[in-house]
Design a protein around this ligand. Structure first.
Ligand SMILES: Nc1ncnc2c1ncn2[C@@H]1O[C@H](COP(=O)(O)OP(=O)(O)O)[C@@H](O)[C@H]1O
Ligand SMILES: [Mg+2]
Length: 415
């Protein structure tokens, strides 16, 4: 019976979904590593949890290693150390190294986490990526700009959620960035890349011991950069009905080669039984570039969208993949989409929410779930906004229409 140790920094809603999925599997011994006290573990999950270890920081590899050792003593040898959040991936990999647990080890985790290393590995394997450099000084940055010209994109070496990511189109932008203290240094290098004008797609891939067995993809409308540049935009993620269209399938060989390059020889081990989240650019001329890859389940609603579109529970499917190296590929039955509801205006709270009834009436049976922002609710810090709508339709166009109904009709104001 595999012993899975799941890292749940706090028992937040999404984390609980992943945790509940492991708890629901027969034949798994489940332990939990958390910063929260054991009493915080949701009551319905308690009967399924064999071991519990509290850590002061779940982002600290040493703390995770100590937890893994502790659980090994009390519950037994750990077969899988797992967590869904991007920030956990490197500390968990280091803890696997320290305690000798199968799965993604530090060197592989770095290839996914470090944007410069990721692009270097991909480029060296002949996979199309944007030109990029890791800058350790303003001179490095200037040199790169001189080489590729404006615009460029400047972002952290190990970022997430488009945080601290800037489009730089001119010398004035560059000076403004410096004014804001965004200056590359040896201690804090910055990733700089040629700006790619393209549609932004994702490719979610399930590999079993390195072999791709299932894929799904979405399109960001508009791109995460535009979403962050324009805080009022209510944006969408669309999962199309067609899984055999060449827009998607032409990318599959690139996706496979990129994953093989990033996993390296570890692909054929337990590390290679993974659900990965790849972001890629599709340019006007039909060519594709890989942007980045997470060796973890996707965010921005893509997990529920994949579940809806394939009539399955992807959270549970992922848990089974991790625990048993098993995955049953599902056919796509629906197009699906998520619309993220965000407000206009300044202020720190939601002060009004309008148009909900109109949106519900217009989107009709396509609307699967609607979480409306609540008056008084604090303004969200990330780009996922204060509310979300999930839709599904037999056609991609129908899902797109329903998404538009939601974002055109629902109006949120901050104050
Ligand atoms: N080279 C690039 N060209 C154009 N847009 C980019 C480029 N790199 C990043 N972006 C934009 O910034 C967003 C965030 O960058 P990304 O590399 O995905 O980092 P993360 O998601 O980890 O913050 C992307 O989704 C994309 O919209
Ligand atoms: Mg990204």
């Amino acid at each position: 019976m595999p012993h899975v140790a799941f890292v749940a920094p706090h028992f937040l809603e999404t984390t609980n979904l992943y945790l509940a999925s492991f708890a629901s599997l027969d034949g798994v011994t489940l332990s939990v590593i958390s910063e929260d006290p054991q009493e915080a573990l949701p009551a319905r999950l308690r009967p399924h949890v064999a071991g519990y270890y509290r850590v002061t920081s779940s982002l600290d590899a040493d703390a995770l290693a100590a937890a893994a050792r502790g659980l090994t003593q009390t519950v037994g040898r750990i077969d899988r150390l797992v967590g869904a959040l991007e920030q956990l991936q490197v500390p968990m990999a280091r803890a696997r190294d320290a305690v000798d647990i199968e799965g993604i080890r530090d060197s592989v985790a770095q290839s996914f986490r470090d944007k410069d290393r990721m692009k270097t590995v991909l480029r060296e394997s002949g996979i199309p990526v944007a030109r990029s450099a890791l800058c350790e000084s303003p001179d490095d940055l200037r040199e790169f700009v001189n080489l590729v010209g404006f615009p460029v994109i400047v972002k952290p070496q190990a970022g997430l959620g488009t945080r601290d990511t800037f489009r730089v189109t001119s010398d004035a932008d560059l000076a403004a960035l410096t004014g804001r203290g965004v200056v590359p240094s040896r201690a804090r290098p910055l990733q700089v890349e040629e700006f790619v004008r393209a549609r932004e797609h994702t490719c979610e891939t399930v590999t079993v011991r390195g072999v791709p067995v299932w894929r799904s993809g979405t399109r960001y409308l508009p791109t995460p950069l535009e979403v962050v540049e324009n805080p009022w935009i209510q944006y969408c993620v669309l999962l199309p009905r067609e899984d055999e269209e060449t827009v998607w399938t032409k990318f599959h060989p690139i996706n496979a080669a990129a994953l093989a390059a990033l996993f390296g020889p570890a692909a054929s081990t337990a590390a290679g039984s993974a659900l990965t989240h790849m972001e890629w650019f599709l340019r006007e001329d039909g060519t594709a570039l890989v942007n980045e890859v997470g060796a973890r389940p996707p965010g921005v609603g893509i997990m529920p969208l994949m579940s809806i579109a394939h009539e399955t529970d992807l959270y549970r499917d992922w848990a089974r993949l991790i625990a048993f190296d098993q995955f049953t590929p599902r056919k796509r039955r629906w197009a699906a989409g998520a619309a993220f509801l965000r407000g206009h205006g300044g202020g720190t709270r939601v002060v009004s929410v309008k148009g909900v009834e109109d949106a519900v009436a217009a989107s009709g049976s396509a609307l699967v779930e609607l979480r409306t922002p609540k008056v008084g609710q604090a303004r969200a810090t990330g780009y996922e906004g204060e509310g979300v709508a999930l839709v599904r339709h037999a056609t991609t166009e129908g899902a797109r229409r329903a998404l538009l109904d939601v974002i055109e009709k629902i109006q949120v104001r901050y104050g």
